[in-house]
Structure formats: structure tokens, C-alpha cells
Write a protein that binds this ligand. Structure first.
Ligand SMILES: C[S@@+](CC[C@H](N)C(=O)[O-])C[C@H]1O[C@@H](n2cnc3c(N)ncnc32)[C@H](O)[C@@H]1O
Length: 263
């Protein structure tokens, strides 16, 4: 699963090279260069199709930014953080305590590439081993961000994680993304996932229904991904064409959904 890091990071690094980037993440480009000194952004090729993941990152950033400006005393649980530089992109005030959680091997890699900061803690743990929650302050507005994580968790583990967070903290926001049942079921044949030796473990056709998992969880809204207006405006022409075609396939447009809840 840690292997799924590279395509997302590469997409963000490529985006940073666009004349008008979608996310504009200079940390991704710096990290990619150090991780893979042979990396050549000119060999864009089909990996440009990863640009939808950049749209996803931006949607999560915008929701998080709004939550933190309304709740400057918040605690952020950034789960399955990978090598994503969200904390540096958002640059929250010192009143926010930010926790990045991922497997020990990924956290070790982060330590090599991204600098430490005040009010910023790295937690090396499987997110489904909920003892990591003991390190988090209670009684503060809580923002949970799970970008590109939920599809890699078995549904009962995802459910236990979300319901425990709702039970543990007084209130806040949960933002995550899911894949469709079709994308989950066919993931063992997905060439990109196969290349990285992984597959999805859950899928949802109606992710708003995750609100049924807990009486205090309420669905708020969804952000576009594969048909995002920004992707269609800023991606290179060949990528826009590819997405227009792919989006004609039944189920493709909504194969990944970015959703927000409050509790
Ligand atoms: C597709 S990557 C996404 C990384 C990052 N959120 C981003 O969007 O750039 C998935 C990440 O989730 C992490 N992950 C998957 N399952 C996990 C688990 N059970 N516990 C901790 N981290 C997990 C992987 O190690 C990887 O870093």
C-alpha cells in the first residue's frame, strides 16, 4: 500500500510544471526529485491521467482551509498522509495541532524529505490499530482527512475508525474519498494498482450513506473529481480529451467520490 504513494506524488509534481498548476505543490516536485533522481517531468506520458488525484488533493485542501479558518483551535488527523505536504501547503496557525498518521516505513520516509515543525506530530501506526488515538488531545474541534485511504481499508475497519473518532471527539468534520463498488471489484485487474502490487478493499456507490454508520454523523456535500471544471480548464489538451472519453464510460465519472461529513 505504501507503494501507491508514488503515482500520487508524481501527479502533484507534474501539476507543478503546468503553466497554470491546479494544486501548485512545490514540495511534491522537490520530494519526487530527491526520491527518484532519474525522474524526468518531460516524460509525462499516460501518468498525466493521475491529474485527477491532484484535483482531489485541492478539494481536500479547500475544505480543510475553510474548517481551520472557522476553528483555529482545531486538531487535525491527517490519516494515510503518505508524502503529501498538506500541512505545509495550508500552513495553519500555531493554535492548530496537526497529526500525520501512516505506516512506520512511510513516516520514516517523511522524516527524510519533509522538515519538522512546531505543533506537528508524526504518528507511525496502522490507522486501524486505534491505540494511536490515545496521543490526540480531546475536547477540541477535530478535522479528519483521509485522502486516498478508505479504499485500502476493509469496510469493517473503516467503519470502526470513523465511528470511534465520532465517539471520541466533541465535534468536527470528516473528509474522505471512496471508490465505487465496480472500481473496488475490478481493482485486482487495474493495471496501475497491479503495477504497485495492491488492490482496493472496499467500495461504495452512495458514499453519503456512510452517515448511517453513526447517529451523530451527517453528510454535507461532495466535490467533483474526474469531471472537475478545473481539471477540464487546466489539464493539457490530451489529458482533457482522455478524461472526456473516459467519462463517457458508465460508472467512470463517479468511480471516485470526494465527500464531506460533519459530526
Ligand atoms: C494512495 S496513498 C495516498 C497518500 C496521501 N494521502 C496522498 O493523497 O498523497 C495511500 C496512503 O495510505 C497509507 N495507508 C493505507 N492503509 C493504511 C493503514 N491501514 N494504516 C496507515 N496508513 C495506511 C499508505 O501507506 C499510503 O501512504
Amino acid at each position: 500500500m505504501q507503494k501507491t504513494l508514488s503515482p500520487v506524488l508524481k501527479a502533484k509534481a507534474l501539476d507543478n510544471r503546468l503553466p497554470e498548476p491546479i494544486l501548485g505543490d512545490r514540495y511534491a516536485e522537490e520530494t519526487m526529485r530527491r526520491l527518484d533522481p532519474g525522474y524526468d517531468h518531460r516524460r509525462f506520458g499516460t501518468s498525466q491521467l493521475g491529474l485527477a488525484a491532484v484535483v482531489r488533493a485541492k478539494a481536500h485542501d479547500e475544505w480543510a482551509r475553510r474548517f481551520l479558518s472557522a476553528h483555529p483551535d482545531a486538531v487535525v488527523l491527517h490519516l494515510g498522509c503518505g508524502l503529501d505536504a498538506r500541512m505545509y501547503r495550508l500552513d495553519p496557525p500555531a493554535t492548530v495541532d496537526w497529526f500525520d498518521v501512516d505506516y512506520p516505513s512511510v513516516i520514516e520516509l517523511r522524516r527524510q524529505f519533509l522538515p519538522p515543525r512546531e505543533h506537528y506530530t508524526l504518528i507511525a501506526s496502522n490507522v486501524t490499530n486505534l491505540t494511536w488515538l490515545d496521543q490526540i488531545p480531546r475536547n477540541r474541534p477535530t478535522l479528519l482527512i483521509a485522502e486516498g485511504l478508505v479504499p485500502y481499508l476493509p469496510e469493517p475497519a473503516a467503519r470502526r475508525l470513523l465511528t470511534t473518532v465520532v465517539d471520541t471527539f466533541p465535534g468536527g468534520q470528516i473528509q474522505l474519498d471512496t471508490v465505487s463498488v465496480w472500481a473496488w471489484r475490478t481493482s485486482k485487474w487495474d493495471p496501475t494498482l497491479r503495477k504497485y502490487g495492491t488492490q482496493f478493499h472496499c467500495g461504495f456507490d452512495d458514499p453519503s450513506a456512510l452517515a448511517d454508520w453513526h447517529p451523530r454523523l451527517e453528510y454535507v456535500d461532495e466535490a467533483p473529481m474526474n469531471d472537475s471544471p478545473e481539471l477540464m480548464a487546466k489539464a493539457p489538451a490530451n489529458v482533457r480529451r482522455a478524461y472526456r472519453l473516459l467519462n463517457l464510460l458508465p460508472g467512470m465519472k463517479r468511480s471516485t467520490r470526494i465527500v464531506r461529513f460533519r459530526f
